[in-house]
Write a protein that binds this ligand. Structure first.
Ligand SMILES: *Cc1c(COP(=O)(O)O)cnc(C)c1O
Length: 391
């Protein structure tokens, strides 16, 4: 039987190891020069002027919300089909969270439902201050439509591009045009990794400065920002309440090295996706697609079982697991988590996301997945579906 095949995993090269070792034996383990280099490289890649590194995308989302002025009077909207962090970042700020249901084709926040919900919210005086679209599975949201609504209704946009570094929307990298801030995650399961880590990119210098302040305890050492005249070079000022959300030099060194490999990672992911299209054709499942405006980074390959198989999803998951294949379900709709139910949310509120959740499974997809292992995954899935129909 094959070795365990997870749904996603990192790819670490000799060059990656060497980069981390070099950082480890340098003068700085944190707050050295590599973090800045990594920030510039990611900003450049996404066509943004500024990059602010953090110890996770969750931290980056938090400081992005704070920099945009989110507080306890405010409302933030996101998609229910996401990792909980896309919503929690607003809760950290004391804001009220609400959700917009998803598009049944892309599984991203539905821009038609967004437009309708905004119209209603306006008449009820409950407009969001920030909307956080998520480029689910690496497939960009229709950012132009979201941008136009943001101008019309006066809200800010944070792109949660945790799945989508290297993805393109209408031919340009996600994050540089239709939002205020864009967030990437470098968790090992994502498209590229810094072990733990995240990054906010923006073209707004004031937002970048504010996020930088918040990530490092609210402290500035820059004379031009001081409230009072500097009494000496030891001096620094805490100007706001910040956090220790700093990325280390080791993480930045790994991230910077991985960035050199990003194109090849995405190329291999896209190759595997084309192979899945061929290998899986004719099965009673819906395959994830790519809209004409999208170039996906393919973080995930979420299939949707036909309705007749809804009740068999758990059995299929289990069968694959018993055959050493780790699939995952992305995502349990955020509003159905007990923490969100306590806020008054319930099943039934976002039916498209709930219906999708009931029948989805993410198949293994990562650069080092071999053709043979992928064929084994497909054959085992076919067996599981055959068995499910007999049950
Ligand atoms: C992984 C993920 C996050 C959080 O990233 P971390 O770096 O683990 O904090 C946020 N949003 C989405 C959509 C994610 O997939």
């Amino acid at each position: 039987m094959a070795n365990f095949i997870p749904y996603g995993r990192q790819s670490i090269s000799v060059a990656d190891v060497e980069a981390v070792c070099e950082a480890l034996t340098s003068d700085f383990l944190t707050q050295g020069p590599i973090v800045g280099q990594f920030e510039q490289a990611v900003a450049q890649l996404s066509g943004c002027q500024f990059g602010v590194a953090a110890n996770s995308a969750t931290s980056a989302l938090h400081v992005a919300c704070l920099a945009l002025g989110i507080g306890s009077e405010d409302i933030v909207w996101t998609t229910p089909n996401t990792f909980i962090a896309s919503a929690n970042c607003a809760v950290y700020c004391g804001a009220k969270v609400d959700f917009v249901d998803i598009d049944p084709q892309t599984y991203n926040l539905c821009t038609v439902q967004l437009a309708e919900k905004l119209m209603r919210a306006k008449t009820e005086n409950r407009l969001p201050k920030v909307v956080i679209p998520v480029h689910f599975a690496g497939h960009p949201c229709d950012m132009r439509a979201i941008y136009e609504l943001s101008k019309h209704y006066g809200f800010s946009v944070i792109e949660d591009a945790s799945h989508a570094i290297g993805a393109k929307y209408k031919g340009t990298p996600v994050g540089n045009r239709y939002s205020d801030i864009c967030i990437f995650s470098f968790h090992p399961v994502k498209v590229m990794t810094s072990a733990e880590g995240g990054m906010a990119v923006t073209n707004n210098e004031a937002l970048a400065d504010h996020m930088r302040l918040l990530i490092n305890q609210g402290i500035t050492k820059s004379k031009r920002d001081f409230d009072t005249r500097s009494p000496g070079d030891w001096y620094y000022e805490q100007q706001t309440l910040g956090f220790n959300y700093r990325m280390t030099e080791l993480q930045a060194a790994l991230g910077l090295s991985q960035l050199n490999r990003l194109d090849s990672f995405i190329k291999r992911r896209r190759e595997l996706v084309q192979r899945y299209y061929q290998l899986l054709s004719g099965l009673p499942i819906q395959l994830p697609g790519e809209a004409d405006y999208a170039y996906s980074s393919w973080h995930l390959f979420p299939i949707v079982l036909n309705e007749a198989l809804t009740e068999q999803r758990a059995a299929i998951y289990q069968y694959l697991r018993e055959h050493n294949i780790g699939t995952q379900v992305h995502y349990i709709p955020v509003h159905t988590q007990p923490f969100y139910k306590q806020m008054g949310f319930s099943w039934g509120q976002f039916p498209v996301a709930e219906e999708y959740y009931a029948r989805t499974l993410s198949l293994p997809l990562f650069p080092e997945l071999s053709d043979t292992d992928q064929e084994y995954v497909v054959q085992t899935l076919k067996d599981a579906i055959d068995k499910a129909f007999i049950l």
